[in-house]
Design a protein around this ligand. Structure first.
Ligand code: PAF
Length: 284
């Protein structure tokens, strides 16, 4: 069932809650791929009812980013959800989600601001305000859907860590279920933004997973020093890649590591042409 209005979703959720059914939420921005499908399948398996939100959230895009050209494929998304056994696809308009911001300005919007320590690094460094937009919309979706479980991909690991912190700090009654990164056979992590890549770019994009897999195997062979592990990446890079960051951080609080351990996540972001790609790996 496709809903565009908050009131329709609330009505259905009220009915389900009365019947004592559990609800899973999979928040997405659409352009669904097999990575999203893995989250949806988990929710359908675990929960009595599953809601997938499809909303390209304008307030998490920074000026100059790809808000206008972000892929929008609602018909295909709805079909994928129906085939997977989803109960509600919730696809609100920006006016439905942010009436005051649309009519007045973003200054007329209450935001959820995650701690600076979590957002002043990695993607938050170049995407200032991005995680405020993410936390605000996810909080709104939690209030609308009131899910028992919410499913997020480890592909956006900084987002996942920040959302877990938000849920803990604000006592939101939802359990966050992290879902592993889904990769193509060649290692490329699935992402809606892969649609922007030419065939040639896709080959160049393999550098992210190659660097991460190589770091993990060096770590498993006993290399722990972050400086030495970082240096192993350089031989993979060429002038088609513009590296934004390669960092080793704590899996719970994003603190920087000088020596890698089993609670370390290696984060990478780089640009191929105009396309910015991210990936990460856990060293456990
Ligand atoms: O990961 C995403 O697709 C988005 O950041 C999310 C969580 C759906 C919020 O808009």
């Amino acid at each position: 069932m496709l809903y565009h209005k908050i009131v329709e979703v609330r009505e259905k959720i009220k009915q389900w809650k009365k019947e004592g059914l559990t609800v899973g939420l999979v928040p997405t921005m659409g352009a669904l791929h097999n990575g999203h499908l893995s989250l949806i399948k988990k929710s359908v398996e675990k929960c009595d009812k599953t809601v997938v939100s499809v909303f390209v959230n304008p307030i998490q895009f920074c000026p100059g980013e790809d808000l206008d050209k972000y892929p929008r494929t609602l018909d295909a998304d709805e079909k994928l959800c129906n085939d997977a056994g989803v109960d509600i696809v919730f696809s609100p308009s920006p006016v439905e989600m942010y009436p005051d911001a649309q009519m007045l300005s973003n200054d007329f919007l209450t935001y959820v601001i995650p701690p600076f320590f979590y957002t002043n690094k990695l993607c938050g460094k170049s995407r200032v305000g991005h995680f405020d937009g993410v936390c605000t919309v996810v909080n709104k979706l939690f209030n609308i859907v009131q899910p028992d479980f919410a499913f997020f991909g480890e592909k956006d690991r900084q987002q996942l860590i920040i959302l877990k912190k938000m849920v803990k700090d604000l006592n939101i009654p939802v359990q966050i279920i992290p879902c592993p990164i889904v990769r193509e056979e060649n290692g490329l992590a699935l992402s809606s933004r892969n649609k922007y890549l030419s065939e040639d770019d896709k080959v160049n994009a393999l550098v992210l997973s190659k660097i991460l897999f190589n770091i993990k195997s060096c770590y498993n062979e006993g290399m722990k020093d972050v400086k030495a592990l970082t240096e192993t990446a350089y031989s993979f890079l060429n002038d088609r890649h513009s590296l934004e960051y390669l960092e080793f951080r704590d899996a719970d609080n994003l603190e920087e590591k000088t020596a890698a351990d089993n609670n370390t996540i290696v984060f990478i972001a780089l640009k191929i042409g105009n396309v910015r790609l991210i990936d990460n790996i856990s060293l456990v």
